[in-house]
Write a protein that binds this ligand. Structure first.
Ligand code: HEM
Length: 232
């Protein structure tokens, strides 16, 4: 998910490393569109059968899906465009709408959790996801208010990985045999946790690896001790 920056010389990377971000974005685009289409088909008609257990709580669900879908769609605009540098005002405005959408989705999630007939383990897993979502956004937002750009970027990537957790969750459900590892009341909450903890851990490993490589390159080229002024 880490997008190459101007700090990383393109020539230092292999063709596969250069192609990786494009492939990752493509895969992400395909699974995202598929997720949003499935959601749209299921909930765009007022049909009690399709809504199932959400029928009596559909207002919370609409808030939740509306905010969540907007967040999913707006997130990539903040990385895939050059607006951050060329039009900071556009980046700022989209960022505000993204955060607002996330708050609306969180309010919807809170309503769904409070009214859910599901086991406590499910509700705790959802509540933890919502808290992580809010916390990463809060740290990312306060960082940019303090003009700590790199910290802001890193926390907003973490936040977006949590935004994508329902997509990751569905992808994990499709892994052959995964639901046979334990009964659904155990396996579903475990997958709900993994749907955001796992991407965050993988992202952290990649980011730390890139940091270490950059530092050793800087030390090798005599450009200082390789320590970043801002680390997050
Ligand atoms: C990242 C934080 C999120 C949390 C904490 C969260 C929480 C929840 C909760 C509590 C439910 C109801 C589950 C139940 O009552 O059994 C739910 C359902 C749902 N959520 Fe989220 N959600 C999150 C992100 C998103 C996003 C970004 C979307 C994108 C549109 C989304 C789409 C849905 C959909 C479509 C459902 C209905 C269930 C289904 O058809 O699979 N959620 N979510």
């Amino acid at each position: 998910m880490e997008v190459p920056t101007q700090h990383e010389p393109v020539s230092a990377r292999t063709p596969l490393q250069r192609a990786f971000p494009r492939i990752a974005w493509l895969v992400l685009a395909v699974v995202t569109v598929e997720f949003l289409l499935i959601t749209w088909r299921k909930y765009s008609h007022l049909d009690a059968g399709a809504y199932g257990m959400f029928w009596s709580r559909r207002e919370w669900l609409w808030m939740h899906i509306g905010g969540g879908a907007l967040g999913i769609l707006l997130g990539p605009l903040q990385w895939l465009t050059q607006w951050r540098r060329t039009r900071p005002q556009v980046h700022r405005s989209i960022g505000r709408v993204y955060l607002l959408a996330m708050l609306v989705a969180c309010a919807g999630a809170a309503g769904l959790i409070a009214t859910s007939p599901a086991d406590l383990a499910f509700r705790i897993a959802f509540a933890a996801t919502a808290l992580a979502w809010l916390a990463t956004a809060f740290v990312g937002f306060t960082a940019i208010r303090a003009r700590r750009q790199q910290t802001h970027q890193r926390w907003m990537v973490r936040n977006y990985l949590i935004t994508l957790s329902p997509i990751t969750f569905r992808a994990m459900l499709r892994i052959p045999g995964v639901m046979e590892l334990a009964p659904p009341p155990v396996m579903i909450p475990v997958l709900l946790w993994l749907s955001w903890v796992l991407p965050l851990v993988v992202h952290e490993i990649i980011v730390r690896g890139i940091d270490v490589a950059r530092r050793s390159r800087r030390v090798e080229s005599g450009g200082g001790d390789g320590l970043d002024a801002e680390s997050a």
